[in-house]
Design a protein around this ligand. Structure first.
Ligand code: HEC
Length: 123
């Protein structure tokens, strides 16, 4: 049964290829470029965002301005891309977000997520 052997080989190498591809996919997801660069995020945050959200992301200049420190990275990224696309509207933040690149957003989200949180639920 030569043909069956060959078929099995082909299926096996297809499986291997699929495994290799998905491994590559996961490696891509875990790469630092996608996760965001905390140091670059801090640089940008100090230049721009700290003026309103506070130098530590916990001391905003007004109580109505949210604390960003320790917020989930994907939440921050989503909030910023939503402002950018005007899915979430706010006169101040839409303008802020539109000035950011995709990398800026990833870096800023990684930076603020890395800071100690003061977010809490009041009971
Ligand atoms: C001029 C003041 C100001 C500056 C500068 C500013 N923000 Fe904001 N930010 C606000 C205000 C006000 C809100 C609340 C807006 C709303 O209610 O949607 C906000 C909301 C946010 C939110 C949503 C938080 C949440 O809990 O939903 C994120 C994320 C955010 N800002 C990130 C940033 C980043 C990153 C920068 C720097 C690139 C920045 N902001 C610069 C005033 C500012």
């Amino acid at each position: 049964m030569k043909a069956t052997g060959l078929e099995t080989m082909t299926k096996l190498s297809k499986l291997k290829l699929a495994a290799a591809l998905s491994a590559a996919g996961f490696a891509f997801l875990a790469s630092p470029a996608v996760a965001g660069d905390i140091a670059k995020g801090k640089e940008k945050a100090d230049q721009v965002c700290a003026a309103c959200h506070g130098k530590d992301g916990n001391t905003p200049i007004d109580p109505s301005y949210p604390k960003l420190a320790g917020q989930f990275r994907d939440y921050l990224e989503t909030a910023l891309t939503d402002y950018q696309a005007e899915r979430r509207t706010n006169a101040i933040m839409v303008g802020q977000a539109k000035a950011l690149s995709r990398d800026d957003i990833r870096n800023l989200a990684a930076y603020y997520a890395s800071l100690p949180t003061q977010l809490s639920v009041r009971r």
